[in-house]
Every structure is written in C-alpha cells, then in structure tokens.
Write a protein of this length. Sequence first.
Length: 113
Amino acid sequence: MSTSQLIAEVETKLAVTRQRIAEYVAEARGYEAQLASLRSSGTRDGDIARVPRTEAIVTTLRGAEGTLSPSEILAHLLASGRDDDLRRVTATLDYLVKAGRVVRPERGRYISL
C-alpha cells in the first residue's frame, strides 16, 4: 500500500472517530440537561431543607432573578429551614464552580447554568 493510500485511510478513520466522539458528547450533554431539569423540577422551596447543600444552592440560584452573593444565598437557605453557615456555602460554591454547575461572572456573585 502506498503512502498516499495510508494517509487517506488514516484520514478516513480519524473522521469517523471524530464523528463518534461528537455524537457521544451530544448524548452526554443531553443527559446533563435532563439531569439538571429533573433536579430543578423535583426541588421546591419547601424541599430545600431536605436536599444536599449542593442541590439547595443550585436551586436557590436557579430561582434568583440574577446573580447572588454567598450571603444572599445563605439568607435564602436559612429562611428555607436549613442550618448552613457562610463558610460551608462559600466552599460549596467553589466546588460547584469547578464542577461547571455554577458560574462566577464577577467577584462575589454567582449564577446557575
């Protein structure tokens, strides 16, 4: 087999592999969106006291009109019957930012994706 034939064969295999990867990424994003939707719809304000802190914070941010500060998030959590403290809220926000579930558009302000 000539070099040009090998190049063509490898280029074809590469294109097919890239297409498969794109399909898997799209499928994963679909599952992520479905999971996010299920998590947000299954958590009402009254339920915030009973869900993990990460979900309570994400739900609080999703319900907000804009960005919230950690203090504003904490106030909402406390009003919902939780007993979190500011240190735990800020640590959880850092985790959620790194996990890609929350964005920090400016210093000290957070918004849900």
